[in-house]
Design a protein around this ligand. Structure first.
Ligand SMILES: [Zn+2]
Length: 279
């Protein structure tokens, strides 16, 4: 398993472009009026030299992202570098009127729905885990599965004034520290400009003793308000075997691995650069 790093920048200009094109494993693609720079394997490639060139050129960086290569869907035989998984929605539904946000965020981001209130959505979701703006709602079967691995309380999901049968919010009692603080990108939401920690494409962390299913202690996203749902590798494999589809699993890489340490080192430099960070 390897990780790559890519940047989206304003147009590079011929001098910088030809300097970057000479570096091993670096590919440059036209991207509307901008460029996309992909630095192959970060552990052996030229990611540091690309950062050097971008810092010295003073070019405006729109976004950057790490990508994990070679881990897709292999939860039956997970790579030993993975220490856990984030449980994600597979689809999304729009929110309906009548939600109570706590705290509210500027348009268009609205906020997370207060845990003391039902979440109101526009239509019945499909699958097993579904994004409703910044919240995730879960099907009855996946809630039963998750309750086998944790204790938590359910909250109602409403649509057009009625309870949506077989769909719930899930508040896990246990919060554990899995994600590594230096493995996040810091900055402002591109839409509403509220600051927070964001996924840099690959999560890094360490699995605490006894991890099965929890919510992450480290807050992320707008105002660090979100606490992601985290599964151990074993529980993620069991979930993938049992449900096949209708949810997402984002791998979490060991921060002490070669990939993890290289990412932390690069993020320290990139987080200090003026970047329009996108949520
Ligand atoms: Zn926002």
């Amino acid at each position: 398993m390897t990780a790559s790093l890519s940047f989206t920048t304003e147009s590079l200009g011929n001098r910088v472009k030809s300097r970057l094109e000479r570096l091993p494993q670096v590919n440059i693609f036209d991207w509307q009026d901008a460029h996309r720079i992909v630095c192959g394997d970060i552990t052996v490639g030229s990611a540091d030299e690309v950062v050097d060139a971008l810092v010295s050129s003073g070019l405006r960086i729109e976004a950057f992202n790490f990508d994990l290569l070679g881990s897709d869907g292999k939860w039956d035989r997970p790579d030993p570098t993975l220490i856990a998984a984030e449980l994600l929605g597979d689809q999304f539904v729009f929110l309906d009127k009548g939600n109570t946000f706590d705290p509210p965020l500027p348009e268009p981001c609205l906020g997370m729905v207060a845990p003391t209130h039902p979440i109101h959505i526009a239509k019945k979701p499909i699958g097993h885990a579904c994004c409703a703006k910044w919240d995730i709602i879960f099907s009855e079967p996946i809630c039963r599965f998750l309750r086998d691995h944790s204790s938590g309380t359910l909250g109602p999901v409403m649509s057009k004034g009625h309870v949506v049968e077989n769909w719930h919010r899930f508040f896990v009692n246990e919060r554990l520290s899995v994600l590594a603080g230096p493995g996040v990108k810091v900055g402002n939401c591109a839409a509403c400009h509220v600051s927070g920690r964001w996924n840099a494409g690959v999560w890094l962390g360490r699995a605490p003793k006894g991890l099965a299913f929890c919510q992450e202690e480290l807050g992320i996203s707008h105002g660090n308000l979100e606490h992601p749902y985290i599964l151990s590798v074993k529980v993620a494999a069991e979930l993938a075997r049992r449900f096949h589809s209708g949810f997402g699993l984002q791998p979490i890489v060991n921060v002490d691995s070669l990939i993890g340490q290289k990412m932390v080192q690069l993020l320290e430099r990139i987080n200090g650069m003026p970047i329009l960070t996108q949520s």
